[in-house]
Design a protein around this ligand. Structure first.
Ligand code: PA5
Length: 437
């Protein structure tokens, strides 16, 4: 792994987070977070950065051992969950799956078993009958295991998906065998999923009580699916550990301070941009992390994510000339896992070029054009998409998000607003139950 993240601030202030006006406030926030005394700050200990954590090593070893068993048991592993119980794992699976297919040594590996990793599919992140019917059809004749992830155990989407997939499993294998093919990740003690797992004897992992969904990627929630996919979770965790270093914390503070300053200066939207399709779900996780953590009490930056260069052909016009209510954060992978050289028959300007070099020219061209339109741009360079850098990015963005939320005066760890639609949905379901419409 090459060295950490590099951040450049273009058209927005680079705060002096050691002696500037926000320095004291940021130090207070850092102390609050790293003390891990306040509710839902347990994720800070997952980086194991400050040596205060009671050793989570035993749990991590068990994750690896059980994952190895799963890899022998099935050729399709369906991960059921939504929001924080879904996006981190999906982000990792997409990144390392793409690296694997591009032939990079940073991809998901065979875990030493010599057996190809099961295909990882996802369910319960929507309530679409079409999606789930098609998923069932695609796995009918394959060897299947399920991993249901829900901290509360009561979320509607994973609940429905789990009930459907569990029935399918029981029908396919019989109850006793189905039980051996179900893995549950949930609250250590509370909730209906924990109770069912105990009753049915499913193998379980814990989502620690003091860690909320979107901050749980480095717990079993993200690590177990990653391990089944063949990702070396120790490498992920060692990267996360590096993100708790002094330099990395300073970088997170600078990023948070710039986001707050841009918000105070009238920017309502942060457009997160990347040039690697494999980062699509990482950007989705970022949207969730920032959106749910900051958007409350009438404040918060609205996080949007664009995948370039595709979205330059849909949103590029707005960015260049539309209403400037946004700033841009570019997530740039310096050495992507794969590359190709274009044939000589290509357009003369492109012939014989590395595709990554052309992609880089696109990024630099976009930055130059948008800067000419006076759009503030924060550029974050990640050296490569190694497991270490994945862990490092996860912890860096979690920390940056918590810093910004506290600077904005909101609690980064709750999501009271999400309950409103659930209440309405339940009311409508109750009203329409009799006619099943
Ligand atoms: O970040 C969060 O807390 C949420 O996005 C949750 O992860 C999401 O709502 C799923 O909740 P649960 O794990 O309880 O099913």
């Amino acid at each position: 792994m090459k060295d950490g993240l590099k951040i450049q601030f273009n058209g927005c202030p680079e705060a002096d987070v050691e002696n500037g006006p926000l320095a004291e406030h940021l130090t207070r926030i850092e102390k609050r977070l790293f003390a891990r005394k306040e509710p839902f700050t347990g994720w800070v200990g997952l980086s194991a950065g400050r040596g205060e954590t009671p050793s989570p090593d035993a749990e991590r070893k068990r994750i690896t051992v059980v994952a190895e068993r799963v890899r022998k048991q099935c050729d399709v592993f369906v991960v059921i969950g939504i929001g924080g119980s879904y996006l981190g794992a999906r982000a990792a699976v997409e990144i390392f799956g793409a690296a694997d297919e591009a032939g990079s040594e940073n991809g998901a590996q065979d875990g030493g078993s010599g057996r190809k990793a099961p295909e990882i599919l996802f369910a319960g992140q929507n309530i679409s009958g079409t999606y789930h019917a098609s998923l069932l059809n695609s796995i009918r004749n394959r060897e299947v295991c399920l991993c249901v992830i829900s901290k509360s155990g009561t979320t509607a989407e994973p609940n429905i998906a789990f009930s459907v997939l569990k029935s399918f499993l029981i029908e396919k294998y019989g109850l006793a065998e189905a039980r051996k093919r179900i893995y549950a990740i949930t609250d250590p003690t509370g909730g209906s999923l924990r109770a069912e797992a105990a009753e049915q004897g499913y193998e379980t992992f814990e989502i620690p009580a003091d860690i909320g969904g979107r901050y749980s990627v480095l717990s079993a929630v993200g690590l177990f699916p990653m391990a089944v996919a063949g990702v070396d979770i120790n490498r992920v965790l060692s990267g996360a550990e590096r993100a708790a270093s002094e330099d990395s914390i300073k970088a997170a503070k600078k990023y948070a301070a710039a986001r707050k300053a841009l918000f105070d200066g009238g920017k309502a939207i942060e457009v997160i941009e990347h040039y690697e399709p494999a980062l699509f779900y990482f950007a989705e996780w970022l949207k969730q992390l920032f959106g749910e953590s900051e958007g409350k009490d009438g404040t918060g930056l609205f996080p949007a994510a664009l995948s370039f260069s595709a979205d330059l052909h849909s949103m590029g016009q707005f960015l260049q000339e539309g209403r400037q209510i946004f700033f841009e954060t570019v997530l740039n992978v310096v050495s992507p896992p794969g590359d190709l050289t274009t044939p000589q028959s290509a357009d003369p300007l492109l012939a014989g070029r590395s595709m990554n070099a052309v992609n880089r020219a696109a990024m630099e061209g976009v930055i130059a054009a948008h800067r000419a339109a006076d759009i503030p741009i924060i550029r974050i360079d990640v050296p490569d998409l190694s497991p270490e850098n994945f862990g490092l990015m996860v912890f860096f963005f979690e920390l940056s998000c918590a810093f910004t939320a506290y600077l904005m005066g909101v609690n980064p760890f709750d999501q009271p607003g999400v309950e409103q639609y659930k209440k309405e949905m339940k009311r409508i379901l109750a009203e329409t139950r009799a006619e099943n419409r």
